[in-house]
Design a protein around this ligand. Sequence first.
Ligand SMILES: *Cc1c(COP(=O)(O)O)cnc(C)c1O
Length: 626
Amino acid sequence: MKQFGLNLWGEENFVIEGDTVNVNYASRPSLLQLTKEIREKGYKGPLLLRFPHLIKKQIDTLFTTFAKAKKTFDYKGSFHAVFPLKVNQFPNFVQSLIEVSHEYHYGLEAGSKAELIIAMTKTPLGAPITVNGFKDKEMIALCFIAAKMGHNITVTIEGIGELKTIIEVNEEFNGSSKSPVVPKIGIRIRMHSAGIGIWAKSGGYSSKFGLTSTELLEAYELMTRYDLLSHFWMIHFHIGSQMGDIAPLKKALREAGNIYAELKRRGADALGAINIGGGLAVEYSQHTHTQERNYSLEEFANDVVFLMQEIAKSKGVEEPDIFTESGRYIAASHSVLVAPVLELFSSEYNAKCLRLKKENPPLIQELYDLYTTIERKHAREYLHDALDHMESLLTLFDLGYIDLEDRSNTEILVNLIIKKAIALLKDEGTDELKKLQDRIQERYLVNFSAFQSLPDFWGLSQHFPIMPLNHLSTKPTNPASIWDITCDSDGEISFNREIPLYLHDIDLTKEEYFIGFFLTGAYQEVLGMKHNLFTHPTEVVINFDENGDYHIEHLIEAQNLMDVLEDLDYDTGLIDKALKHKIEESTKITAEEKRELLGKIYLYLSENSYLKTIQALSEKEQGVHT
Ligand SMILES: *Cc1c(COP(=O)(O)O)cnc(C)c1O
């Protein structure tokens, strides 16, 4: 894999320069340099780096692309966008999002009361807030409060029941008022055209959300009767996330556009906007044959604008304002998870680790000779001999004829022979070689939790781009599988010959090696789970000043052990007492040792669950062999 597919998924956000992958912006710091700087301050374990300039880039691109499409078609409606908070509600993210988007009146979308509170607090007055999802009376009351604060808020009703609640709340809030303040009303329509992919349930007839045509007519009548029609101004749909193909969107646009036009012709005069939800896809693939998206943002914007215009024209109604709620597209690229490699498992298959005896079993002696004399012209033959000898030696071990040291020597020698043979025969690329290569793949133990930091890998097999932060001028040769530090076998990104990942052969006793996981900014953080009680990694925001210099800011350290337990509602006071008591009451240790142990345990409790490097340990082990 050249450049780890950076040209496919990277959007020129990062660039390989010499040995390292650098931020392709301002002073272009390398990710390695940033990582080292943060680690030097004492923050070990995985790190989440946030780049607000990348959030800004996505927002700029979204708005300018739609502006261009509007210009091309001379479209009369305006364009607006909101960020759906469910995609990332973390304060460092939301704060950056608001800071970089001032000029666009970019707003927020909320799907729950807690998200609505964030939206009411963070959205600049005048920028749109949209509220989707199921709502009770209290949530609708919050929307009225937001409107009374002066917010430009649209509450989207997902069912007739919600409209009835709006009528009720309106009565309570505005009653006899001469100048009632009412949030704008949107209606989510239940599409006939189905949603797409694994999120198909978001759209389509079986969707949890939206009104059918019959319900729409009923809602129309209710709004007329209760004087709310003048507040009804938006049609909303959302067909699902990570839309790889543009076709379903076009279908949905036609359907929604015609519903918009029909309602306007019926007399919904205030109706003036169509909200196309999210779904804009992100390219996560590192390989050309597995690309996930078949359209560009230009095509997407042109389709939306063109189709809306066409329908408005043919039905003789105004062109609607267009709203999008793209979340993944805005947030995915802004963060990079950096995690240190703790161990390469096959480092034990090293010639240094051989424990050859004065007298070795003859087959082992032969393996050793194969290893030392293998050359290209007979590499394949030697390889077959080695595999054959290994089978015999393992049988001899099972039968009790050779000992554990012999078995260890067998494993090491056969591995070394396979590696040598593959190197010698590498331009042949036969199937047998590929299979062997899979067999000697290197397992990289990486200090992170896939459940916490890449939950969609675990839950949906979503691929995320992976690459090391340095050695990038050297061709990586180890077929790699990545193991996280949870005790769960699902926490493994195994080597896949269809989308192979090769990493470098590193001596971790001599240097550190970091893996970057990219495009982790959408959905992963809040979906991340505390499996094995690993928590959200330590995070930082990387801002650049006018001179192009970077600043590492807003560091939030991963939760410490006690905080994690407290989150599970353990009484940490009791835990604290129990630990202290058990040490103090122990009859196995002296008073001085007790004091020492207490000190240690308090230190550990103030730290997070991720592993400290285990390098020192392997160094000692190496000492034994050499
Ligand atoms: C989830 C969601 C979005 C965001 O979808 P993306 O695919 O992340 O752009 C937008 N609108 C609604 C109603 C949603 O539920």
